[in-house]
Design a protein around this ligand. Structure first.
Ligand code: FPP
Length: 232
């Protein structure tokens, strides 16, 4: 198997541990999210450099609305500001931005910033970056089923796959979760059905390029083993 054949094409990341990172330093939780944002910027550009074609990250789940109002408001303004501030860098680096989730339920200023990012970068041919925001895997399946009922078509797997938030994206090959938790937490439930899972003990703000390479290496070893079994 050649080097590139075993490189995951699409990586999904559950960026967990921002709160713990802040709490360990007696800082407000939002400071952990700020630091997590810096990590995300570095990891996205590095993933692009190493040849990953698609990166999807869990920025805000449908369950995260239950958090204290000041944390939710802080996250919404952090993500809005980031979407505005990072657009130039994204575009310069040929990143194509997409969103996944119930975007229409987000604050209007955030919807506008996201729409601008998606629209500006839609013809870029570099890494596809999907921000999963107000996203839930179950909600995504429910939305797909509603669309099937509306269209009156046969409810088979293909009909659901075609009605996901981004039907053009390939399924993730590798899902990484940080901060040691071994759960999917409603992330990419449908499309992650066959993804390899790698859990890192690092809190997301501490996650480095080397940690990403390490996760990719774990993925490659598993894929190689599967290939050897299939061939042997
Ligand atoms: C989980 O950590 C993280 C989140 C709910 C938010 C993720 C958001 C970011 C990394 C910032 C994103 C910024 C942009 C621009 C997309 P947690 O708060 O659940 O951590 P804990 O489990 O330690 O409490």
């Amino acid at each position: 198997m050649s080097e590139n054949e075993s490189l995951p094409k699409h990586i999904g990341i559950i960026m967990d541990g921002n709160g713990r990172w802040a709490e360990q330093r007696s800082l407000p939780r939002i400071m952990g999210h700020r630091e997590g944002y810096k990590t995300l910027r570095n990891i996205l550009l590095f993933a692009s450099d190493v040849g990953i074609k698609f990166l999807s990250v869990y920025a805000f789940s449908t369950e995260n609305w239950k958090r204290p109002k000041d944390e939710v408001d802080g996250l919404m303004s952090l993500i809005t500001q980031a979407a505005i501030d990072e657009l130039r860098v994204m575009h310069q680096n040929n990143v194509r931005v997409r969103t996944a989730g119930r975007i229409h339920e987000l604050p209007e200023s955030l919807q506008i910033a996201l729409e601008r990012g998606v629209e500006t970068t839609k013809n870029n041919s570099g890494i596809g970056f999907t921000l999963c925001i107000n996203y839930g895997g179950r909600a995504e399946i429910v939305d797909a089923v509603k669309s099937i009922l509306h269209d009156g078509v046969q409810p088979d797997e293909n009909a659901i796959s075609q009605r996901l938030y981004n039907p053009d994206l390939p399924e993730p090959d590798l899902l990484i979760r940080t901060a040691g938790e071994m759960r999917l937490s409603n992330f990419l439930l449908w499309q992650g059905a066959y993804a390899e899972l790698v859990v890192s003990q690092k809190l997301w703000p501490d996650f480095t390029k080397e940690d990403l390479l390490d996760a990719i290496q774990q993925y490659r070893l598993r894929i190689r083993k599967l290939g050897a079994l299939a061939n042997g």
